[in-house]
Design a protein around this ligand. Sequence first.
Ligand code: 6PG
Length: 241
Amino acid sequence: MIKGLKIFDTPEILAQHLSNGLQSSINNSPGNFFLAVSGGSTPLVVFNKLAHPPYNDNFQWEKTHFFWCDERCVNADDPESNFGAARRTLFNKISIPKANIHYIHGEAIPKDEVVRYSNEIQKFVPSGENGLPKFDSVLLGLGEDGHTASLFPGKSLLFTYSNIAGVAKHPLTGQKRISLTADILCSAKRITFVVTGKGKAKVLSEILLDLPAVKNYPAGIIKSISENIDWIVDKEAAFYL
Ligand code: 6PG
């Protein structure tokens, strides 16, 4: 039995389960709810679900504060933009205060944006016992190389024990990114890895079965540190489990 693992027949059913969970966590939260989401294609299934009945009008959006785990250093209108994708699939379709959407300014000078975004997180997100901002929920994806957010294997931006975010570079494309550090991700009350598709089956099995390759995977390192992780996956991604 793998701790925190839930397997769903399809991404659609997975998205429904995740939406139900988020709705109850947010609506039952005594105060504001601080959520950090990832980019890429996987979250879009969830955003699309949240943008339609029964979720769009039943979430207490005024209590929900969206942040990003990472962002590509591009304009919000660029097809690569994680915020741009979330705006198109979700924010343009729900009534959420604009002040609750704390997106990373991909168009800014990366090192300056790291400072601005880190300050914004510290201003809004209450700190935990370790003095770091403590998100209520972090939704993470998984790359086939074991990356998550924009924490790539072998790169320095994993643990800094001081910064909240940093500038990363995609190892293949060289694209600059801004990413939360593993420190912050691991400080969250709850981390949910959302993994779908056959392409992720090998890396997911390596991580969940603690195979030797895992020690280089940022997602595996996070798994080895945080006690509060759910793995919400579809049957295709769970092929080898
Ligand atoms: C990003 C994401 C990244 C993503 C994985 C999985 O900005 O690209 O934060 O970490 O979660 O690469 O991407 P898919 O969901 O597209 O497979």
